[in-house]
Design a protein around this ligand. Sequence first.
Ligand code: TXA
Ligand code: MG
Length: 331
Amino acid sequence: MNSAPVISEILRAGAPMAMLRLIERAASQILAGELVAIPTETVYGLAADATSDRAVAKVFEAKGRPAFNPLIIHVTGLEMARRYAAFSPLAEKLAAAFWPGPLTLVLPRKKDSGLSLLVSAGLDAIALRAPNSVIARQLIEMCDRPLAAPSANRSGSISPTTAEHVRDSLGDRIRFILDGGPCRVGVESTIVKIDGDRAILLRPGGTPRDEIERLIGKTLEAPAGGKVEAPGMMASHYAPSAPLRLNAEAPRESEAFLGFGAVAASGDAALNLSEKGDLVEAAANLFSHLRRLDALCAEKKLSGIAAAPIPMEGLGEAINDRLARAAAPKT
Ligand code: TXA
Ligand code: MG
């Protein structure tokens, strides 16, 4: 594959018309089998034509991702999604309620879907979501095909919530980054696997568990036997380079601090996810704050990052999940 060094270009628009032209440029890249980093409401994605094995292979190469980790396929909505997967009534209900938005549904793949086999890593199920982002939606429409897009970072590192984060992580590997500003949600989508009338939570994320449970009138199941069904659920993931200590009430001597609400620290190595204790604001800040503290640790030779406790309600479940993975020993 192409090994010539590249320097990525951030495509940033000054006016709506200009943005449309940038999206056109991105679409022609994708139709030519290239990769483009795109904004979504959750995190930036590294997008490729989901019907092309070659384009999908480039995603794995650029991310340095284990080849058997399947990718989420992005569509404009339910109507488009039905071409690729079989929707049970429960799946229809969830898509109708939460799309476009941060919910990914894992569903049986249709035999004649025309999707790359590599995109779902040979599994019979595919992961689909409709992102709530005008730029992503227009790009999918312009390409007239679904886009495979994992988070636009190297495998195992922190997910990007700005175009600059993407450039820091993949700047020497991809040509174009479409800039849509900071991501509103800030954590990846919630992933729910639908098996007939059963709903299994594979990854907590931007759609809170209780909203889903209220809609379907039952609790989400846990994956059977702790089996890793979504390989992104590997224990160590989303990791900063510096060690991370959880549920800390205050920083130790040489630690940076990630505060939440009233559990805060002062000084230039401390950031607060949300001074008001707002979990939505905290989710939006999570990855960019982790990145900044990680950089500060390197710069000031600090021993690590201590993070304040986060309540387990609403988006707190996704935030705690990402923090636990970031703190897990690296494998
Ligand atoms: O918010 C998001 O979901 C972002 C944005 C870019 O859309 N994407 C994202 O993708 O987080 P990624 O590739 O970093 O994580 C995808 C997760 C992985 O844990 C993967 O294993 C799981 O989805 N997944 C994808 N296809 C699957 C399938 N067929 N069965 C089970 N899990 C699947
Ligand atoms: Mg990821």
